[in-house]
Design a binder for this molecule. Structure first.
Ligand code: NAP
Length: 337
């Protein structure tokens, strides 16, 4: 058995319970990962609150993780036991059901194609903060065809996605000028991410912004109002559903390990920096408190959970397993947690 957060009915964060669930068994193309850190995303809350896509209870929430490979299926070729990996495990089968239980657990099973090796320069917490948000951020630029040299206006510069949109615009996509919005207490933080100009939305309305921009990237679904800052033919990206303006292009993330791998040089040279909300990282036992903070809508960067902090436990067990099953001794040791 393993410790995991799960729910058996839709509802507020109080439906979440911490308890014992069976260890997932990795399929032939999957890794079993000991989760060392996980990150929350608004989709984890939305999916818990109502049936956005079909779910079999119990649901273990969580898409993002960083951890250590402890077992692997027969057809896994890219990773070995002991590798440190990270990724967004959110993947659906043909019926639209999620293939995996989530990452707010001691272990998760995930297709090798969805993860990448964790950059050594990142802690598990920093790595876990990236996948879903950065995959979303990248996809918006790609979907709407951002071109190097364009100016960009980012709505929601302090959020999980917005912090990465700013950094990618500046260092990956070659924006000539990056403007981002946030509230008064976060202005200096957003400047520190590399924005050339920060607009405090408590003081300045979109309609009062003088300049018009080549590309509008709205991360909060405010395009109905924010579209006034876009030039006439400028692409407008909305990552919320349904898009909030007829001109807005809805962009959804692409889940893969490859898009994380592409970012490795930018992570290693410090151009792309994970942003962990300062109230965290939260302890594994404090997941409800972490959701409470996420659901205020005021998180700064990513809300991160340290899932399992005792690397020594890894050495207590043998990882040799037949038929991809984790030895019983392993699960017994883990239940000491
Ligand atoms: N399409 C996809 O594939 C996809 C993927 C990921 C996320 N999403 C969606 O995208 C949205 C954002 O996700 P996220 O992870 O970035 O959320 P988040 O981290 O929870 O966003 C919180 C941030 O939003 C900012 N914010 C709130 N109201 C604002 C306003 N009026 N103007 C400027 N900033 C404002 C807050 O800054 P202040 O405190 O300064 O206001 C806070 O820093 C969510 O609805 C999420 O479900 C979609």
């Amino acid at each position: 058995m393993q410790k995991a957060w799960y729910y058996e009915e839709y509802g507020p964060k109080e439906v979440l319970k911490l308890g014992n669930l069976p260890l997932p068994t990795p399929q032939h193309n999957q890794l079993l990962v000991q989760v060392r850190a996980a990150a929350l995303n608004p989709i984890d809350s939305k999916r818990r609150q109502r049936p956005i896509f079909p779910s079999d209870f119990p649901v273990v929430p969580g898409c993002d993780m960083a951890g250590v490979v402890v077992a692997k299926g027969r057809s896994v070729t890219k990773f070995n036991i002991g590798d440190e990996v990270y990724g967004n495990i959110q993947d659906f089968n043909a019926e639209g059901r999620l293939k995996q239980l989530g990452t707010l657990a001691e272990f998760t099973a995930v297709e090798e194609s969805l993860v990448a090796k964790k950059p050594e320069s990142l802690s598990f917490e920093e790595a876990a903060s990236l996948p879903l948000a950065v995959q979303t951020a990248i996809q918006g630029f790609e979907t709407a065809g951002f071109k190097a040299g364009q100016t960009i206006f980012v709505v929601g510069g302090a959020g999980g996605v917005g912090t990465l949109v700013i950094q990618l615009a500046k260092h990956f996509y070659g924006a000539s000028h990056v403007v981002a919005t946030t509230s008064t207490p976060k202005v200096e933080f957003v400047k520190g991410l590399g924005a050339d100009e920060v607009i405090d939305y408590r003081k300045i309305k979109y309609k009062d912004v003088q300049e018009k921009y080549d590309f509008l990237y709205d991360t909060i679904g405010d395009c109905k109002s924010s579209s006034v800052v876009a030039k006439d033919e400028a692409p407008i990206v909305d990552i919320t559903w349904p898009p909030s303006h007829p001109r807005a292009v809805y962009s959804s993330l692409t889940v893969s390990g490859e898009n994380l791998e592409k970012l490795r040089p930018y992570i290693e040279n410090g151009k792309l920096k994970p942003q962990i909300d300062p109230t965290g990282p939260y302890k594994f036992t404090d997941v409800i408190e972490a959701f409470r903070h996420l659901e205020t809508g005021r998180a700064r960067g990513k809300v991160v959970i340290s899932v399992f902090s005792s690397p020594n436990l890894l050495h207590l067990v043998s990882f040799e397993s037949k038929n991809n099953l984790v030895p019983e001794v392993f699960s017994q040791k883990m239940s000491v947690y």
